[in-house]
Design a protein around this ligand. Structure first.
Ligand code: SF4
Length: 466
């Protein structure tokens, strides 16, 4: 009934099969009397360990034999015929992440307050989640079975935290021995099988910056196009992470990194045709510099890691401004000549009045955009920089703001609505990092509160102002 999955990282008991959590009404699953709590054990004779396995075994098959263990304990064998595109209408339990066996100097789990949501203490290191959600793994404890699965099921791309290709430095950062820190063969095995890899470096001043960083970028660039990009993101220190071996990232260290990496990027662009090594937006903002142009980011290969978000947003915002300009001109034109400024009359109708809350890092960029919009179109949209009191330290990004932080800043709210960044909520549940639910946060505000991402924000303004 149970199998033991023993890895260098963790020993955990896994039940065989994958549980059904929902069956859509009127679906094939419902016709077959499948119910939440039933477990799918095999598809076409092959064992199923999670929903990825199910997806892999069932994909494109028009004839399926599914072995199910009913919640009652009965075993059923179901023979299914379907059109290729026909969905079975069943949803499965989430993947339970495998955990790492590292002791990274900068591990975010050590930077959490004790009261943080339990999921923030999960040290996930799981190639399945890397493929599904872009979570980074270190590959230090990947098993042969997992490697086979990545290759067989083509779980590509994989996101790998490299940090440094110098093995002494990598081992030091990860808190493991050099032998385990060495992932060259594992990466090569993936690359040989055609699995694409995106790398990541968490930049720790005095440890893996300077010459170590340069070597890391060039070592990985030699593996291009298999390794298609590298994200370089700054170390984030909260007030709970008291690790004396870590030095905070400063505006000066950011400026030095930009200077160094810019010339490497230039060199790589001329040789590989891509910027390849991308610096996190925070590095530019902390340095007091504007992020690079749209061209620099190509097709934004590291946008999931937040790289290029500022550029993407400012470009979308500029297009929005151009659309609004055109709308004002055509509105004024359709009314014919007006006394005074025609655009001014059009603007006076535009009364969007509200507050946009975000982290202190991005707030100045956002405020600048909205000031231009307010001046040109008469909107009254105000940006409030919310300080992260929950994590403290140098945490300034929007995604780590908590319910308590928003509540603490509510005195600065003005207007008819408030917008908070959607990224501050868990991706699959309306809950924030301090455990406060979005609905509970809403009740603390006197005006409607929305959780939006940049795209939602731009679309909402577009619709409201036009
Ligand atoms: S940072 Fe990631 S890999 Fe390192 S110890 Fe924490 S969870 Fe594990």
């Amino acid at each position: 009934m149970y199998e033991f999955a023993v890895t260098p990282a963790v020993t955990q008991i896994r039940r065989r099969g994958v549980s059904i959590i929902e069956v859509a009404a009127g679906s094939i699953g419902a016709e077959l009397d499948l119910e939440p709590g039933d477990r799918v054990m095999r598809v076409n004779g092959r064992l199923v360990r999670d929903y990825l396995d199910f997806r892999f075994q069932a994909a494109g098959e028009t004839e399926l034999v599914i072995d199910v263990r009913k919640a009652s304990g009965e075993d059923w064998e179901l023979n299914i015929e379907r059109d290729e595109s026909e969905d079975l209408g069943i949803s499965f339990e989430q993947i339970v992440p495998r955990q790492c066996a590292n002791e990274c100097l900068f591990c975010f789990c050590k930077g959490n307050p004790e009261t943080a949501r339990p999921s923030l203490f999960v040290r996930d290191e799981d190639v399945r989640l890397s493929f599904l959600y872009g979570n980074y793994t270190t590959l230090t404890s990947i098993t042969e079975d997992e490697m086979r699965r990545v290759i067989e099921q083509r779980l590509s791309p994989q996101y790998v935290s490299v940090h440094a290709t110098d093995l002494d430095v990598r081992a030091y950062l990860l808190g493991i021995d050099k032998e385990r820190a060495d992932i060259r063969e594992k990466m090569q095995q993936m690359l040989d099988a055609g699995i694409e890899i995106h790398g990541q470096v968490v930049l720790c001043p005095g440890i893996n910056d300077g010459e170590i960083l340069k070597r890391t970028i060039y070592d990985l660039a030699r593996l291009h196009p298999g390794v298609s990009s590298v994200a370089i993101v700054p170390l984030g220190l909260t007030r709970y992470l008291n690790e004396p071996r870590l030095t905070p990232v400063t505006p000066q260290s950011c400026r030095e990194t930009i200077k160094q990496v810019s010339s490497i990027q230039k060199d790589l662009r001329s040789r590989l045709g891509t910027t390849f090594a991308f610096l996190g937006d925070e590095i530019y903002l902390k340095a007091g510099q504007m992020v690079p142009s749209r061209k620099h980011y190509g097709d934004y290969p590291q946008i999931e890691d937040g790289i290029g978000m500022v550029r993407s947003f400012t470009n979308q915002f500029q297009s929005l401004m151009r659309r609004l300009d055109r709308a004002v001109v055509s509105e004024a034109g359709s009314r014919g000549p007006q006394p005074g400024s025609s655009a001014g009359v059009a603007r006076s109708k535009r009364s969007l009045f509200g507050t946009i809350m975000t982290g202190t890092l991005f707030a100045p960029v956002l405020a600048q955009q909205f000031e231009r919009m307010n001046q040109r179109f008469g909107t009254r949209l105000r940006v409030v920089a919310v300080e992260n009191k929950y994590f403290g330290g140098d945490v300034s990004v929007a995604g780590l703001l908590t319910g308590g932080d928003f509540v603490a800043a509510r005195g600065e709210v003005s207007g008819d609505f408030v917008i908070i960044p959607k990224v501050a909520l868990k991706s699959d549940e309306a809950i924030m990092l301090d455990g406060m639910r979005f609905e509970a946060l809403r009740e603390k505000f006197d005006v409607p509160l929305h959780a939006w991402d940049f795209q939602d924000l731009v679309s909402a303004i577009d619709v409201s102002v036009n």
